[in-house]
Design a protein around this ligand. Sequence first.
Ligand code: BGC
Length: 738
Amino acid sequence: MEIGELKKLFDDMTIEEKAGQLFQTVGAMYDDEVVISGPMQEMGITEKDIQLAGTVLGTMGAEKIKRIQKKYMEAHPHHIPLVFMLDIINGYKTVYPIPLAQGATFQPDLVKECAAMAAKEGAADGLHITFSPMVDLVRDARWGRVMESTGEDVYLNGLYARAMVEGYQGADISGGEKLGACVKHFAGYGGAEAGRDYNTVEVSERTFRDFYLPAYKEAVEAGSALVMTSFNTINGIPASVNKWLMRDILREEMGFDGVLISDFGAIGECVNHGAAEDRADATKKALEAGVDIDMMSGTYPENIPALLKDKSISVELIEECAWRIMKLKNDLGLFENPYKGADEIKAKACILSEAHRELAQKTAENSFVLLKNKDNILPLDKKKKIAMIGPYIDRRYMLGGWSFTGNPEDVITIKNAAEEKLADYEIVYAQGCPILSEDVKLEGFANYTEEKFSQEDCEKMKEEALRAAKEADVVVLAIGEHFLQSGEATSKGIIEIPKIQQELFEALSEVNSEIAVVLFNGRPLDIRILEERAKAILEVWMPGTMGGAAIVEVLRGAVSPAGKLPMSFRYCVSQVPVHYDEFPTGRRHHPGKDKDRYVSKYLDMPNKPLYSFGYGLTYTQFEISDLELSKTVMKPGESVTVSVKVKNTGDREGTETLQLYIHDIAGSVVRPVKQLKGFERVILNAGEEKEVCFTVDEKMLRFLRADNTFGSEPGKFEVFIGNSSEVEECKVFELLKG
Ligand code: BGC
């Protein structure tokens, strides 16, 4: 509706109705049989609160949502529609790879297409908002939520943040096939101390602004309809009551004027943090910080009436929040059509459609990272006898920890795909071991059960696998983390492949040295043992509905792997946090080059990760040469062209991702040893060569200077172009003073 009309409607609402908009509830509360009891009653939540609530979390299904909407609106004094929100993280019913895997594609456009596909399915099923993208920068693989991020790089995360927002929202969120995005978790959540979820974040304001904030900023600039607060403290104050963060940075500096929602229960938790005396105090502080919606702590409806009554908060404060929520409803087009895209017929047609499954498969194929391929053991040779072994060979649970909307029944397993696509190969299959041993406990998923195996079953399974491995020329071993071992509240101190699977690998490697590991995980693991003993390692993350089909295409060589790591695979857990864009020290270590004892290094392990950011092989080889600059001096306003030659020196077509890194040699504050500033994917036939150029301009050289302004500084810069962050060869140019 016209904004004037919306204003009129708003003015007509009582303060009680306006405050109601700030309360988020769950769909079940509108089912006829629901009674207000237990904690809800203790919190003082009444039927009236539920009737006046503004938004709903966690309900899906076109028919159900339409039913709830109708019933709710009929009873509401001003017939104001609800907004339905859900976590649609890596797909809805068609599940594509987890965000960390999407990061490995180095293809923001593909990621955007995936987000648009998720929006189409979710919107047809009645939803309006997704709690995505999560753009938190991650450097610590102990934190289970690294799987929800696109990785450790500030530039790459920004591109994906924008791509996802644009994909979900399109040009206009009122469209029936679009969802409003909610960028999360504002801010710095990925910096949880010691990698322990929900823990304090201690980061300097400089690092916070220079590394953590830019991706949220991209998402906000792309028009994200909502922002979600994070659970952590930042600068000593929990984000959900942090006025500096929400008012000064988010609203003032970034210009965000959309809806700010708390994370689940986060406002109430400010009492536990010790940042509020009680829930009333937490409510007051969150409102003062401008948090519009209280997700699930119930503290807004519980405390707002009394806070208003004793004038601890003003009517204007409530109106400010309620107005933003009403504007969101208007932007979503809900006043014109409260049922919006919800359409059972459309949902049936688009959910898991051929086109969606194809896109999910293509994205999975593009997200795999070939970490090792000694003697070109991959792709599989048709003439060889193959044993496909491991708990992931015929497993459907490869959707990732957030994909409760997806159905494992829809998943294509490796075995399903191999039986079809590798029908003319000689293959035997064996599970080898359960995914986890009995003593490993998984938390929080009451309805999820794993098949149980007796000791005897396990022994039999292993024997069968050993027999198969002995008789085979090549073993494809599909192993990795359980899908519930990464995601929220899954921090781990030991980030290895489950022990029972490591034992299987060790036993197999005793009888057959030709092992190609297909590795499943939601976080970079410590895989030294695989690096030592496996011939090939194909990282496939949690690949989604079409995971098995994508894996088989890559194993047989119909598709060549081309992904690049978006997050370093640490050598071992004691290295964390480890990231390629580290700062130089006064005593830099140059392995193999310096003899000095007093340099910044470990005695017992390398400084470098096992596999660095940007790394990834393919089935052919590339040679990168002739790095050239168009000039060595650049005046402000000018640009420098950097070029290299890249040649496919192997015997088959392949894709290489050339990465442009820059190092500001000296600044008013020290700058990272390297920072990604651009990349280009190049597809070349065997023997083909191409020149690839990047344009470097002054904007790319900006950072948060010592005087706290963003800008570049005159001086010298090293430029690198390579196929990973390990690239060493560089050229230098100088930026002159303006
Ligand atoms: C998570 C959020 C999520 C929310 C709603 C919280 O526990 O931290 O990322 O969006 O739940 O499901």
